[in-house]
Ligand binder design. Structure first.
Ligand code: ADP
Ligand code: F6P
Length: 324
């Protein structure tokens, strides 16, 4: 340690998430506040490999706090998964005089950050993904906005499915994780939720639940399917065949990634961005800023990558109880 940090870079990597702009703004402004130069690195790790960077001023991040997406753009950079790609990125950073980096992204991006540290570029990461699937952190930037986008859509679907006495099967994002599905199912009063983390018996957990609902007088029904389970169209077809309730499938898709970030995403991203700058200035590297037991803390990337996070089975039970 003991090196002096004068110029840092900031990049967004993996899928974009609402709040990434708030994180970029916080890094730029906290950097400037502390008297250092901050470079915006474009299109994820690609920009670091190619030297596609831009000096950011306090004003370059004006009017972005409320915007979805990421002004720096993002990418999935395959070259960076190879040692040669990481080496090239470190060399480019050295040529540009960048002596520290802050990365906003998911697990894959954290691996990249760890590799950069191993090759000599001090890097700090923060979790940014709508999926909330980062094991080390109870919260990831973008999740709350995504949940709110989903519930707005499902509330609208409920209007039409109730008018037509239909079953609405809605597939939500989350990659291999069911966080988006479970929380939105509770918030929207879904009868059924299917997630990849928990096994289910289609007949018992879907068909019988819907049939019992019909017997109790339910006229319509909401089924949330996580993309890790998939097959919303086939599920809707089977429900219609086996319960007699007319069914329609909606795959919400990338609309879930956009939109103006909620207060929570703006605040968490701003705090995390500030903390990342502080850590770099304190001579720290190879760490992830995350939320644990409700507190913002930082942990070593390798340790963060080895952690496991469990989707709450209690929440699954709650959905069942509340849909009687
Ligand atoms: P996320 O960061 O959201 O998990 P990805 O898995 O797509 O998204 O990773 C984002 C980027 O991080 C990749 O395009 C790549 O540049 C880098 N990355 C991913 N996995 C690794 C890895 N194992 N080693 C080094 N870099 C990686
Ligand atoms: O990780 C965010 C996410 O939106 C996932 O929920 C989804 O599986 C994936 O990215 C979609 O990726 P792409 O934008 O490449 O289609």
């Amino acid at each position: 340690m003991g090196r002096e940090i004068k110029k840092i870079g900031v990049l967004t990597s993996g899928g974009d998430a609402p709040g990434m702009n708030a994180a970029i703004r916080a890094v730029v402004r906290c950097g400037i506040y502390n008297g250092i130069e901050v470079y915006g690195v474009k299109k994820g790790y690609n920009g670091l490999i190619n030297g596609d960077v831009e000096l950011m001023e306090a004003r370059s991040v004006g009017e972005i706090l409320q915007k979805g997406g990421t002004i720096l753009q993002t990418a999935r950079c395959l070259e960076f998964k190879e040692e040669a790609g990481v080496r090239k990125a470190v060399e480019t950073a050295k040529e540009l005089g960048i002596d520290g980096l802050i990365v906003v992204g998911g697990d894959g991006s954290f691996r990249g950050a760890r590799d950069l540290c191993r090759m000599g570029l001090p890097t700090i990461a923060m979790p940014g993904t709508i999926d909330n699937d980062i094991s080390c952190s109870e919260y990831t930037i973008g999740y709350d906005t995504c949940l709110n986008t989903v519930i707005e859509a499902v509330d609208k679907l409920r209007d039409t499915s109730s008018s037509h006495e239909r079953c609405s099967v809605i597939e939500v994002m989350g990659r291999g994780a069911g966080y988006i599905a479970v929380e939105t199912a509770i918030a929207c009063g879904a009868e059924v939720v299917l997630v990849p983390e928990f096994e289910f018996d289609f007949n018992r957990d879907v068909i019988e639940v819907i049939k019992k609902g019909i017997a109790r007088g339910k006229k319509h029904c909401i089924v949330i399917v996580a993309e890790g389970v998939g097959g919303a169209v086939e599920i809707a077809k089977k429900i219609q065949e086996e319960t007699g309730m007319e069914s329609r499938a909606t795959i919400l898709g990338h609309v879930q990634r956009g939109g103006s970030p909620t207060v929570k995403d703006r605040v968490v991203a701003s705090q995390m961005g500030a903390k990342c700058v502080e850590l770099l200035l304190d001579g720290k590297e190879n760490r992830v800023v995350c939320i644990r037991n409700g507190e913002m803390v930082d942990i070593e990337i390798e340790e963060a990558l080895s952690m496991k996070k469990q989707l709450s089975y209690e929440l699954m039970g709650l959905i069942r109880k509340l849909s009687v």
